[in-house]
Design a binder for this molecule. Structure first.
Ligand SMILES: [Mn+2]
Length: 265
């Protein structure tokens, strides 16, 4: 039984199945951890969701900003951005089935035995693993609960730069979702700066979140979301899995135990 993690899929179905074939992925024995952004800009979001849903018992997803945006559009009756090629998904009779499958997924996963933390955008450097898991649970209970639509409505934009304990539930939800799904750079004060999407060479006085992380060396963080890193963090235990498949780069799959990487363009 092997555990694998895969970077942002973004509707790139061909690369997803090719990579899984390459490692002889067996859904009755193996497990696939997706770091989120399953859908959106690539050619076949519907096929990706159909495949992951059909293998639901062998799949976990830490939701990304695009996944949550899809759920919000559906709940709030909004049209998705035409840049997101989601029309076939919205037109599918299984659209709501796939949405419920996504909604049941977490924001973060901690694999105790493997000492591995997984989320779409990473781990806030001021949060311990324990706190991060607690915050993720809080936000999950909001989007999985009966008032999810209200929370989706409040999900967008920057959050107040106050400590989480000083925020009301809706701002706390937004701050946690922003951290787990949109974080890249922090200001020197430790606040999220959500506009700069470039690589480390264009930080402009900002600091990548993982530069400030002080984790024991045996703890690993696996994340996606930041294609401009091209898989490089300069830290051996901080592993960037979004290598920009949808932008003409590669999709990256990692064997969590052995640390072996597999890529498909
Ligand atoms: Mn993302």
């Amino acid at each position: 039984m092997a555990k694998y993690a895969i970077g942002d899929i973004q509707g790139c179905f061909t690369q997803l199945v090719t990579l899984l074939d390459q490692v002889d992925f067996n859904p009755s024995q193996d497990h696939l951890y997706c770091v989120g952004d399953i859908i959106a800009r690539g050619p076949d979001s519907l096929a990706c969701l159909e495949f992951l849903h059909n293998n639901a018992g062998a799949v976990s997803i830490t939701l990304g900003n695009h996944d949550l945006h899809f759920l919000a559009c559906l709940a709030l009756n909004k049209s998705p951005n035409p840049k997101d090629k989601l029309a076939p998904l919205f037109a599918s009779p299984k659209c709501h089935t796939y949405a419920e499958f996504l909604r049941a997924q977490p924001l973060a996963i901690w694999l105790q035995k493997q000492q591995t933390f997984i989320s779409h955008a990473g781990l806030h450097p001021h949060w311990s693993i324990e706190q991060a898991c607690e915050y993720a649970k809080f936000a999950e209970s909001m989007y999985q609960g009966p008032d999810a639509t209200d929370f989706y409505r409040h999900m967008y934009g920057d959050h107040p730069t106050k400590a989480l304990t000083q925020l009301d539930d809706k701002d706390k939800f937004k701050a946690i979702v922003n951290t787990f799904t949109r974080m890249r750079f922090l200001t020197p004060e430790g606040d999220l700066e959500l506009n700069n999407k470039s690589g480390l060479d264009k930080a402009g006085g900002l600091v990548p979140w993982f530069e400030l992380c002080q984790l024991p060396p045996q703890v690993r963080v696996l994340f996606g979301h930041w294609a401009a890193l091209e898989g490089k963090t300069n830290k051996p235990n901080i592993i960037a899995l979004d290598t920009g498949c949808v932008w003409g780069g590669e999709m990256t799959l990692m064997n969590i135990k052995t640390g072996a990487f597999y890529q498909q363009r």
